[in-house]
Design a protein around this ligand. Sequence first.
Ligand code: S3P
Length: 441
Amino acid sequence: MHTKNSLKYQVDPGGHLTGTLRVPGDKSISHRSIMLGSLADGVTEVTGFLEGDDSLATLNAFRAMGVEIEGPEAGRVSIHGVGMHGLQSPDGPLDLGNSGTSMRLLCGLLAGQGLQITLTGDSSLSGRPMGRVIDPLTQMGAVIGATESGTAPLVISPNREMKGIDYALPMASAQVKSAVLLAGLYAEGETRVTEPAPTRDHTERMLEGFGYSVERQGSRVSLVGGGSLKACRIDVPADISSAAFFLVGASIASGSELLLHHVGINPTRDGVISILRLMGGDIEIENEQVVGGETVADIRVRSSQLHGIDIPEALVPLAIDEFPAIFIAAACADGVTRLTGAEELRVKESDRIQVMADGLKVLGIDASPTQDGIVIQGGSLTGGCVESHGDHRIAMSFAMAALRASGRVEILDCANVNTSFPGFVRLASQSGLSIQQSEAG
Ligand code: S3P
């Protein structure tokens, strides 16, 4: 087990990516499979589950609340659901590590359980805003304590008196939408959420897969509390957010061609494909099919000369986790790339606008952060030593940057890559990246 700060990557410059690979399972879908499977009647069988620290934090939280869960073994998990009211008080606080999705969705799911539960996390998660879920949940009747600045640890007090609300999301956030909908399962009457722009809809799709009726009308989603969930089978596709590093790596490194297998291309998640295509990327979708309510496909990507663009704001929520990788594409593109309307990037696992700008500057790229985005002038990357601030997606993005750098790229504080992409170093080196990891001295 690598302790925080202890792991660094060293990536030799140049090379290209070839072959076929399957990246690990979708993180968002893996979290939700454990949550809904635990509340269902019957045994839910999951395949393709992401065995990363984040989804395992969710799995361990439900075990601590008395749910019997077998696995994970080679991506297989069997969840013996306890029904909507079968969760038990855990012995101590639930430690959710680095995982914002676990904390925000659990707030909603636990708000109406009638249990006293404390949620904690690591230093990054303890600095992230939780008021965005506490506010609507409080309107529904929940009692949730936080620090003065609205951060974890969070203390959820016993309560069974939740009421449905009609909530207009102040920001495009699938986590907030999902927290309110999960609380709505326990609320009296109807719970409605309206979003300012489409965000990932895995919660809605999976609730339907578990037999719960969800109404969707334009930007509004609603459900009526008091129903139950029926166990089902869930096939978790490969995570497009993990595929994104390879989409960018193969696009920027000449002579590359990769086939990425069985990737989830839900239309609320495919912004990275649209953005790379707008930049001149050569990406083909093959074998498209719908599996368990989610669209999956094989993605073929070949290298191409990218050019800078003004990223359409409508694509921002559809690619929200992929911007660190997209910024590397922009650094290798001809001309200027401008991102606006993306202030949410400042409250992810790190401040992804500042941390990426700092790292790009180390590698000789002109990158100017703005309050809600960044302006990147494409150029030639040098080698250098980059700080990832313990952010998994920053670490993997800079690893791919080495494909176009003139010297070795070192990346510090990479242990958290395990939150979403266990096996990244192995898969990346099999595909052609000259990457090694070592304990930082
Ligand atoms: C997620 C939603 C997004 C995303 C996160 C996973 C989810 O967060 O960044 O990695 O599974 O619902 P926001 O809802 O904060 O945008």
